[in-house]
Design a protein around this ligand. Structure first.
Ligand code: ACO
Length: 175
């Protein structure tokens, strides 16, 4: 099973996989927003027959919320532009919006490989210094993946983060 960067025509399969595996679902435009803004960060797991059986959907966040979200929007800065963009580089971090693997294909190491590919792109393409995510406090499988296999640590707990009232662990990994 191959892990590769997602193409625009993969996003309907990513959305389908998300609907099968998680209660947190998004409109198609939110998937396309990821595809168009940060095409290098979302990856898929594809079988030799061409079936998409897993994905990691990821984005970039500016820690200074006042800073422009789109990296291209920094190009019209004036005289301090070089310094400003260097500063903004160091303030950017990656965020895992969603990851899932179809049931039949779990425990094969696909999620770990998807996460590593996305993390590498965050660092190489956007100079992200860390990656963050939220996970349900009851989601043992995902918590093991993040903490035991990828060395994430819990930054804090966000109470009632999910629509059904469950808390989230906010986790980080320094890249
Ligand atoms: N129970 C305990 N630990 C588990 C389990 C499980 N059922 N599944 C994975 N792990 C841990 C183990 O430490 C495992 O390593 P090991 O197999 O050597 O013991 C490690 O995670 C890596 O496993 P992978 O094979 O890489 O993970 P997989 O491809 O099976 O996918 C995932 C894991 C994505 C959590 C999958 O179970 C899934 O799709 N679950 C439903 C969707 C979901 O919960 N997604 C995460 C939500 S949080 C977010 O999206 C930011």
């Amino acid at each position: 099973i191959q892990i590769r960067q997602a193409r625009v025509d993969d996003y309907s399969y990513i959305q389908n996989c998300n609907l099968h595996n998680l209660p947190e679902n998004y409109q198609q435009k939110y998937f396309l927003y990821h595809a168009l803004s940060w095409p290098q960060l979302t990856h898929v797991a594809e079988t030799p027959a061409g079936e998409i059986v897993g994905y990691v959907l990821a984005k970039l966040e500016d820690e200074d919320k006042a800073a422009p979200k789109d990296p291209k929007a920094t190009t019209n800065l004036d005289s301090d532009s070089a310094a400003n963009s260097a500063e903004q580089d160091s303030l950017r971090h990656g965020h895992i919006t969603s990851i899932s693997v179809m049931r039949k294909y779990r425990r094969l190491g696909l999620a770990k490989r998807l996460m590593i590919q996305s993390q590498q792109a965050m660092k190489a393409v956007y100079k992200a210094h860390k990656v963050s995510l939220h996970v349900r406090v009851s989601n043992k499988a995902a918590i093991n993946l993040y903490t035991k296999k990828l060395s994430f640590t819990v930054d804090h707990t966000e109470e009632k983060y999910y629509a059904d009232g469950e808390d989230a662990f906010a986790m980080n990994l320094i890249l």
